[in-house]
Ligand binder design. Structure first.
Ligand SMILES: Nc1ncnc2c1ncn2[C@@H]1O[C@H](COP(=O)(O)OP(=O)(O)O)[C@@H](O)[C@H]1O
Ligand SMILES: [Mg+2]
Length: 243
């Protein structure tokens, strides 16, 4: 389990962007974080991962207190992060991108080849394009490459920040299928996602953030029933902030 307890963080001291956030992401479940633009979803992930040092509160991962630990230590702590936007190396080959993910396992001889074969067995397009520049893959394929790269570092927990942002619906659908698969593979997933309906139907448990605070939480059924109300609320909130 990954747990945030009373987590408060700011970019400018004294002006907290997230305030007293509580969240529990259980093992082998998808925990979705939803909320209007600017609610602090990305900031929460960044704080969990150590890019921002919290002013208050704790982050506990599988019993270990990782509050404020540096981001570069997170892979060895078995937490992977798929950033918003594209974070592959476009000029490197597909295979080189995957090998970077396996850097952490570089001392285990023979492991890489087997691990790469597993990836190639699963995604034929990666095998076919393994020598091509990663930047030549489609947007959805690049995202899947990124998932596979992060998985090669063998995390237990994955933080996904809007993995379908900017993707055409058909490509987004491929990425949603991958997210569903992550759960079957046994990862603990924290998913920030703009598409409410998708986020809620993928998730086991949902947190709603608003203005940097916990607004609501519950299992997916509760939110699926109230989807329309939720959307209407956010539209109202959006138009308010423009006044
Ligand atoms: N690097 C930054 N420096 C200062 N303020 C920031 C920074 N990044 C985000 N913010 C502000 O923090 C708030 C929450 O942003 P963010 O966490 O990105 O929201 P979300 O991911 O829910 O859309 C917004 O008001 C945004 O303007
Ligand atoms: Mg964001």
């Amino acid at each position: 389990m990954l747990e945030a307890i009373q987590l408060t963080a700011s970019y400018v001291k004294g002006l907290p962007i997230i305030k007293d956030i509580n969240l529990k992401a259980k093992e082998e479940q998808i925990t979705a974080i939803i909320g209007p633009n600017g609610a602090g979803k990305s900031t929460l992930l960044k704080t969990i991962y150590g890019f921002l040092k919290p002013e208050n509160g704790k982050v506990i991962h599988r019993g270990e207190d990782i509050t404020g630990k540096a981001p570069y230590t997170m892979l060895t702590r078995k937490i992977g992060y798929v950033f918003q936007g594209m974070a592959i190396f476009p000029l490197m080959s597909v295979q080189e991108n995957l090998e970077l993910g396996a850097w952490i396992k570089r001392e285990e001889k023979g492991w890489l080849k087997k691990a790469l074969n597993r990836v190639y067995d699963k995604h034929e397009f990666l095998l076919k394009n393994r020598k091509k520049k990663a930047g030549d893959l489609s947007g959805g394929q690049q995202k899947i490459l990124e998932f596979e790269r992060v998985k090669l570092s063998e995390p237990w927990t994955l933080l996904l920040d809007e993995p379908t942002a900017g993707l055409a619906p058909k490509l987004a659908y491929e990425v949603y299928k991958e997210i569903e698969f992550l759960k079957k593979e046994g990862f603990t997933v924290i998913l920030v996602e703009q598409n409410l309906e998708r986020a809620i139907s993928l998730a086991d448990y949902v947190y709603v953030l608003e203005l940097g605070k916990n607004k609501e939480e519950g299992n997916k059924e509760k939110f699926l029933l109230n989807l329309e109300v939720l959307i209407r609320d956010w539209l109202r909130l959006g138009s308010k902030s423009k006044d």
